[in-house]
Ligand binder design. Structure first.
Ligand SMILES: Cc1cc2nc3c(=O)[nH]c(=O)nc-3n(C[C@H](O)[C@H](O)[C@H](O)COP(=O)(O)OP(=O)(O)OC[C@H]3O[C@@H](n4cnc5c(N)ncnc54)[C@H](O)[C@@H]3O)c2cc1C
Length: 571
């Protein structure tokens, strides 16, 4: 029997389930959600609140592979993403940190009217239900500002019951202050710089991960106007051939246990929420993209939009480790985060570095444009890069430039870190007209000097943290990389050689269907509608035009909440 709904959403992930929930609040609207994965409600690799990584490599991890990273050590990297009801929020690190206010304002400066911090801030709060810290956690340094948090939204946010409540926090706080990184009362206020004990997306009472399924889907799963198709792969959109402007009227899908594709019809809109590494591919498989790529696979062009899949921005993640002094052992989750500025980590070199990077921007733009076959324009990239340079090097209000996570665990302290704002941009494209065939994903890690310098300078800064009192008193010998591998006075080349062998994707891909004016290479407009189509939207990490300094889900929930209101306002 033919099936049809008003709105067909592809991807029951972080963003898609927000849209499904908010649209199906209207009882006269019918909604379908197509999801390749299954329910993970009872999967302990998901629900465990101390089990980060348990789901990696299992059937709920897409484990996408990049192309060979020729600037980044000639290696292939794995880009993880969740394949389940709840999407990547079911396998991620659960960190809940937002963005710097001025970097959301930069979306508006780019030409996206109506997308500013002031507009998005209420949507962060709308999605959030803060569970306040326990007395013991408050005594161990956890703070928050009630004015910056939501208390009535679907998404439970709070501090892990296993949080380390010992005195490491006090020691770290003094150490960071000695390095100029001050305590930040609430990292989610739009001002991220400083040291903080960040919250997670977690159901504190049940002590389970609060993923998008638990927050936005299971509580309303019995709505009769909402139908979720699990274990079902979306292949492509279908088009109304009688319409003047390309109008999607359905999605071809196939259940995993079947060999027969069928079509789920859309009366009003198709919404792609398959993630930054899947939504652009669905556009291409449906004939929306670069004709030069589509024709290679005999896909007829429905909308000529060459920047589909371009502008891919990710970060890279590296780790240092050091033994504790006297084999002292630590337990519990840590959630000690520092967001230093460029001035914090470059010290007296800051003015030189700022000038050097500024002077290099035209060549960065030319390099990135050339790597896309000039589909993205060097002049447009240069204007984006100037905005990014100003965010990083502003002398009055800089954004943070790195995330530093210290985790005392057993008799070691692990320290994961990543530079937040590389300039490199890559792309993702189909390699076949057959749905499900792996794509060519190229983030171009370490393509530009700044991307290398930034990552290495954070490592040097972490060595300073290790060497600064009072934290230094808790520590023994550095084991990763260790001074035998990377000496104290190592050159950039020595650091880079080590880094190339140990780095990974930071799993924060964005911008592959960026919200920007069409003239500068945007794929969606400010209502997240795909240019040249009447009724196709992309609502997921693909649309963020710039990387943000926080982890992604809080911002994605906020963007999806606002997008749902925009769709409703057009009904
Ligand atoms: C290991 C890891 C750790 C992370 N840690 C954090 C963290 O601590 N905090 C944080 O905020 N962010 C973190 N992130 C990032 C964050 O989780 C993601 O950016 C975010 O969840 C992406 O949301 P989305 O809506 O764009 O897509 P997703 O949540 O990935 O949803 C996409 C959905 O679409 C489905 N899908 C894809 N293709 C198809 C198809 N063809 N047919 C049908 N369904 C399809 C997928 O199965 C998936 O369910 C992490 C990411 C990873 C991978």
């Amino acid at each position: 029997t033919p099936v049809s709904y008003d709105y067909v959403i592809v991807g029951a992930g972080t963003s898609g389930l927000v849209i499904a929930n908010r649209l199906s609040e209207l009882s006269n609207v019918t909604v379908a959600v197509i999801e390749a994965g299954d329910s993970v409600y009872n999967n302990v690799n998901v629900s465990s609140t101390t089990g980060y990584g348990l789901a990696f490599g299992t059937e709920i991890d897409w484990a996408y592979q990049t192309t060979n990273q020729s600037f980044g050590g000639d290696v292939v990297q794995t880009m993880r993403a969740g394949k389940a009801i709840g999407g990547t929020s079911t396998i991620n690190g659960m960190a809940y940190t937002r963005a710097e206010d001025i970097q959301i304002d930069a979306w508006e400066a780019l030409g996206n009217a109506g997308w500013s911090w002031e507009v998005l801030f209420p949507y962060y709060k709308k999605s959030q239900q803060l569970q306040v810290p326990t007395e013991a956690q408050a005594a161990a340094g956890v703070t928050y500002d009630a004015a910056d948090n939501g208390f009535n939204g679907p998404l439970k946010v709070g501090w892990n019951p296993a949080l380390n409540v010992g005195d490491v926090h006090t020691v770290l706080n003094e150490t960071y202050a000695a390095l100029g990184v001050q305590w930040n009362e609430d990292v989610n206020s739009g001002r991220m710089v400083g040291y903080n004990r960040y919250p997670s997306h977690i159901d504190v009472a049940l002590n389970v991960r609060e993923d998008a399924g638990r927050a936005y889907y299971y509580p309303i799963a019995n709505r009769t106007n909402l139908h979720l198709y699990p274990n079902t792969l979306a292949h492509r959109m279908t088009w109304d051939t009688t319409a003047q402007i390309p109008t999607a009227n359905g999605v071809v899908v196939q259940a995993v246990n079947s060999t027969t594709p069928y079509t789920i019809s859309a009366n009003k809109e198709v919404i792609l929420s398959a993630g930054a590494l899947a939504s652009p591919l669905l556009l291409e498989l449906s004939g929306v993209g670069n004709p030069a790529i589509l024709s290679k696979y005999n896909i007829s062009t429905v909308v000529d939009l060459p920047t589909v899949g371009e502008n891919l921005q990710d970060q890279t993640n590296t780790g240092l480790a050091i033994d504790t002094a006297d084999n002292t052992s630590y337990s519990g989750t840590s959630d000690y985060v520092a967001y230093p500025t460029a001035a914090d980590i470059f010290g007296s070199e800051i003015t030189n570095i700022s000038a050097t990077v500024l002077a290099a921007l035209p060549s960065y733009a030319a390099t990135v444009a050339a790597a896309s076959g000039n589909v993205t324009k060097a002049s447009d990239l240069l204007s984006f890069f100037k905005i990014q340079h100003e965010l990083i090097f502003s002398t009055t209000h800089p954004v943070p430039i790195a995330e530093v996570l210290l985790t005392p665990s057993g008799t070691a302290v692990d320290c994961e870190y990543w530079a937040l704002l590389p300039f490199a941009r890559g792309n993702i494209h189909i390699t076949s007209a057959t749905p499900g065939v792996p794509a060519a994903i190229n983030p171009n890690y370490y393509m530009l000097d700044w991307d290398v310098t930034g990552q290495i300078q954070v490592a040097k800064f972490i060595r300073e943290i290790f060497a600064t009192a009072p934290f230094a008193g808790l520590l023994g010998t550095e084991t990763k990389p260790g001074f035998d591998v990377v000496p104290q006075n190592a050159t950039t080349a020595q650091w880079q050689a080590w880094n190339n062998g140990v780095y990974r994707s930071n799993f924060h891909p964005v911008a592959t269907a960026a919200m920007m004016p069409k003239e500068v290479g945007g794929v969606v407009d400010t209502s997240l509608k795909v240019y040249g189509t009447a009724n196709v939207r992309v609502i997921d990490a693909s649309v963020l035009p710039f990387q943000v300094c926080g982890h992604l889900v809080s911002t994605l929930y906020a963007v999806a909440e606002r997008a749902a209101d925009l769709i409703k306002s057009e009904m």
